[in-house]
Design a protein around this ligand. Structure first.
Ligand code: ATR
Length: 288
């Protein structure tokens, strides 16, 4: 029951209607019996500063930050975690006695879900990453931190892949290679890959379908894992094709749940209840 002591957590985005976070986080708060509530707020860029100030004014526990504010929010915060700093984007704010600390739980959430669900240890592995957008940044950070041996970034806009590679050059000794998303140029990297990740929005909902023909999935090593961060649909065309080739797959919902679970722990001090959060997400997606 909401009362005068109930603590508020928010999510700020524009648009915001699509977010599953209120369903996931409120299910977790209820499960643990915490006197907190998680609300979504439609925050347009012109009022982002005021929204962040409200976290302090209302003594909120914190907030999630989503499209399109993950980078622009940084100037309104007091401090950044190491992850947020290296990724250059914030998806979680924690209010520490009036000081607003920006975190980024996307990469760590991806890696945790990948490790738990597939058993893959990224250390020493060859990774091919499709996409060079916001989501890719968190994944690159996590993959390099985990000690991958090689990383190839393939993107439609080649310059964005090069920019991403350059931004992370200092982070590890690994040489980050870039390639276009085309069959022939990608083949040498696909043949050596232990892990292929799709971080593009291809295959999401009713948007442009993923043309998996460009990928030569049949040329991946037999023990390779194919991961897709798209979770709507849960089972994407890419994952279906990979499964047909006998490859192990990693679905996108896990990243969403685990990035949220890490945020939940930052705000509440309690580990996020993964099963409860997953069930709530599936219900919100209308998949029971
Ligand atoms: P997000 O925050 O979800 O990563 P984003 O920053 O807009 O969103 O990045 C979207 C990614 O999907 C980019 O890598 C984009 O490629 P470009 O950099 O060339 O734009 C990729 N993407 C989106 N639509 C695509 C399409 N139709 N074909 C190929 N790549 C696409």
């Amino acid at each position: 029951m909401i009362n005068s002591k109930t603590k508020l957590i928010g999510i700020f985005g524009d648009p915001i209607e699509q977010t599953l976070s209120p369903a996931i986080q409120n299910a977790a708060l209820t499960e643990l019996g915490l006197d907190m509530v998680y609300m979504a707020f439609h925050v347009s860029p012109d009022v982002l500063k005021e929204a962040v100030e409200a976290v302090r004014a209302f003594d909120m526990a914190g907030a999630n930050i989503t499209i399109p504010h993950k980078e622009s929010v940084i100037e309104f915060l007091d401090e950044l975690s190491e992850d947020a700093q290296s990724i250059g984007a914030v998806n979680t704010i924690v209010n520490k006695g009036g000081r607003l600390i920006g975190h980024n739980t996307d990469g760590a959430g991806f890696l945790k879900s990948l490790t738990l669900e597939t058993g893959l240890q990224v250390k020493g592995k060859n990774v091919v990453l499709l996409g060079a957008g916001g989501a890719a940044r968190g994944i690159v950070s996590a993959i390099l931190n985990a000690g991958a041996t090689s990383l190839t970034i393939a993107n439609r806009t080649f310059e964005k892949a090069q920019k991403l590679a350059a931004d992370f050059k200092q982070m590890s000794d690994v040489e980050i290679k870039c390639a276009p998303i085309e069959k022939e140029p990608l083949l040498p990297y696909i043949q050596e890959a232990d892990l292929l990740i799709n971080s593009t929005s291809l295959g999401m909902g009713a948007r442009v379908p993923f043309n998996t023909l460009v990928l030569s999935l049949d040329k991946l090593p037999k023990e390779a894992i194919v991961s897709d961060i798209v979770y709507k649909p849960l089972d994407t065309a890419l994952l279906k094709s990979a499964r047909r080739e006998g490859l192990k797959v990693h679905k996108g919902l896990g990243m969403l749940i685990h990035q949220g679970a890490i945020g939940f722990e930052l705000w509440t001090g309690h580990p996020g209840p993964i099963n409860v959060m997953t069930k709530a997400a599936l219900e919100a997606l209308d998949i029971k």
